[in-house]
Design a protein around this ligand. Sequence first.
Ligand code: ATP
Length: 438
Amino acid sequence: MTIVGLDDTDSRENGMCTTYVGARLAERLRDVGTVDRLLLVRLNPAVEYKTRGNAAVAVQTSVEPERAFELAAELIDSLALASEPNTNPGVVVAPHRVHPDGVETDGTGPAADRSIPDDVSAWTVQAIRGHCTIADAERRIESAGYRQDARGNGRGRIGALAAVGAQATLAEWTYERIAYRTKSRRGTDRSVDAESVFDAANAAYPTVWDTVDRGSGELVCVPRTPGPVLVGIRGDDPAAVDRVLDRIEAEPVAASERFLTNQGTDVHLREGRLGALEDGRAYRVDGVVDGDPETRRGGHVFVPIVDQHGENRTECAAFEPTKRFRDRVRALRPGDRVTVCGERSRGTIKLEKFAVRELESRELVTPTCPSCDRTMESAGRDQGYRCRDCGTSADGRERVPIDRALESGWYEVPPRARRHVAKPLVRGGFDGPTHPER
Ligand code: ATP
C-alpha cells in the first residue's frame, strides 16, 4: 500500500490546481490498481508562496510505491507543470499501509495510521500552523526512506510530505466532492443553475455547508478564478456531499472525486496570548476591547484589544469582503471581553470569528442635570460637571446602561469570506452559544 503526496502542481497561467492533478493521478492509478482515498489538506493560509488556498493532496492506493512514483512523475511531465516559473512541484511517495476499506461514514475520518513516523506527522502540524523549509522537508523525507521528485526548487515537497503525514495526525475531517470541467470549456464562464444549487444546499444544510451565501445570494461552491473546478461541495457526510452534487444542474462534468479534508476544522489555530503572537500564524486569543471600532478607507473595520492586565494591545481587522460580519465588529464596545480567531499579519489579527464572553453593559457619559434633564457642562479641569441654569453639579461622568446589538457567543464571517480551513459555527463544538452565518 502506498501514499502519494503532491503539491505545488498548480499554476495561475495554465489554470491547474493541485486537487485536479490529484484526481488525474487517481485516474491513472485506477488503471493499474485501486485507489482507497484522496486527501485534500489545507496548509498554513499565511504562507507567502501559495497560489490560492494552500492545498496539498495525498492519494492512497494499492499500487506499489515504485509504480505509483513513476505515474506521478509522468503526470507532472505530461501536464508540463515543471516548466512554469512559479510552480515547483513536489511528489513524495511513502510505502505505508492504509486502511483497506476506505469507508468513512461518521465524519470522524479514518483512525490514525501508526505506521507513519512521528517526524512526518509532526511535519503536517508544522505545515498547517507554522513555516517550513525545503531543506528540512528533504531531510525528513530521506530519513523516512520515502521516494521524492522535485521540480523547480522542489518547494512542493513541503506540502507533499505534509499530505502524507496528515492521516496519522489530524483528528477531525470533513468531505469535499469536487466536479471538474471538460477541457474545452475551461476559461469560459461556468454554467451552473443557481436555483438548483440553492435547492440542493437548503435540503442538505447543515450537514452540507458553505455551498451558498444566503446573505449575498452568491454560489460559494462555484469558484470565480479560472481553473478546472466546476463546483466543490463541502460537508460532514460523504453521501450528503455526493447527493448535493447530483442535484445540481450544470454544464457537463469531465470527472469528479470525493476528498477527505481538514477544511472547516480550525486546525490552523493555535492557542495564543496577547504579547506573544507572531506574524504568519493564526491564533485563538482572549482579550478585552480597548477602544471604539473604527471603519477605515476601503470599508475595513478595525478594533483594538488588550490583555487583562491592560499591557499588550493588538488591533483586529474585519476586511471589506467579510461584509455583514463588519457590523458585528462595529457593535463591540470598550470593556467587552472577547476571544478572537485569525491570522496575525503585520501586527494585526485578521478576524475569522470572535466570541463575546462578557458584554460591557454600561458606558460612561457626561451626566444630565436632575432638574432640567439637559446635559451638564464641564466645570473646568478636574472640577466635575455642572448645570449653569439649575446650579446642580456632578463629580464626574456617570455610568449608564447601554442597549447592545450583540449577544454573548460566537460570531463568524459569512460563507463567501470563509477561509477553507476555518470552521463554520454550524458544525458545532464551540465553547459557547453560536450565531452561525448561512
Ligand atoms: P491551489 O489552492 O490552487 O492548489 P496553492 O495555494 O495550494 O494553490 P501552491 O502552488 O501549492 O499554492 O504553493 C504553496 C507552496 O508553499 C507549496 O510549494 C508548498 O509546499 C509550500 N508550503 C505549504 N505550506 C508551507 C509552510 N507551512 N511553510 C513553507 N512552505 C509551505
